[in-house]
Design a protein around this ligand. Sequence first.
Ligand code: IMP
Length: 430
Amino acid sequence: MSGTGSCTVVVGCQWGDEGKGKIVDVLAEDVDIVARYQGGANAGHTVHVGDEEFILHQIPSGILHPGKRCVLGNGVVLDVQQFFEEYEALSARGVDVEGRIGVSWRAHLLLPYHRLMDQVSETSAAEKIGTTGRGIGPAYEDKTGRRGVRVVDLANPERLHKRVAAAMERVCARLEALGHEDARDELQERLDEALALGERLLGIATDAGSEITAALKSGKRVLLEGAQGTALDVDHGTYPFVTSSSTTAGGAATGTGIGPTVIDSVVGVVKAYTTRVGEGPLPSAFEAKMDERVRELGAEFGATTGRPRRCGWFDSVLTRFAAQVNGLTALAITKLDVLDTLDELRIATHYRMPDGEVVRGFPADTWSLGSVEPVYETLPGWKTSIRDVRRLEDLPAAARAYLDRIEELTEAPVGWVSVGSQREQIIQVG
Ligand code: IMP
């Protein structure tokens, strides 16, 4: 890239909910464009500004910084109704949204039948994924099955209606087979409501890849914001207990239409412990009492669904794998303050496999992950509040030792440490 612009990816390195919203919000201060590259309304990025809490599902957290441009890339599956609801809700709270958001012509539409199919499939599935019920899987199925409807199709009503009618036939046949014979009329009504927003969406459509590339060439700074996390990536995660998109840094290029060579840095966000919502293994899970304690301390309930998150010790086997898959240049560690009252802390360094072998790499076999025994290292707690600390050297020695060990085991340098939900509760390292 010949320009002087910079391009940073922010990616989750656990099972989502790492606090990416907060880190993007902090980093957005110094960029011109924030773009989302995958996922949809399954995400719930919580950002605190003063006394106000914002939970963003589809609009990038950069919207909370006046004047920053926000882009939704082709890798996103856009729930158009939910998108405009979020848009209106932000406007009503005084955020100036007008003219600041662009949606890729190539993004796929997530339509009401995707939501219904997601909910019905989950209910009837023998092996549940524990999805957010937002229609994500069915929308990506249509995309890769080459049956999807894209933003650009809204500009051609005849083609749009042909594709949507075909989709409705397929969906209603599936629904009937699953015992939902009477869904058609209501679904058609909701579909018409969604498509009625088409004109409005076309008004903000953009060629995201060209826009971002041109911005970089003219010296602008760009942040590419991931949703979910590495262990939920459709290729690299704990398949099949994953989401349906490429959450990892590689997805930032394919999901926005930029070339991978323009990416300068990749910031991996990890919580100072581990959480997971939905089905699937969590090797470093706490025992019940500790699980409840940390869930309360960290308010670990889903921002999108309100479901309680399972909690566990920091798992460096997973984050080392995430550092490799994403090519991390820095780590941002969030919610360190949640551990303030703990006597001691553990970090999983290896897994003992069901056959007794001790491994350092993250196993591909998701089912064996359910019965591995993590090998832990124990470190002392710091037993004091760190919420007002703003410099690394002011952290208690035990907290610094904990961070140092995470850095060593993950093989990525710590760049930021978040010590509370407010914007200013952040330590920038170096
Ligand atoms: P889906 O993305 O709704 O299909 O859900 C698939 C899996 O990803 C489920 O285990 C969800 O709980 C999980 N998931 C999806 N989005 C998020 C998120 O934003 N945070 C944490 N987990 C998520």
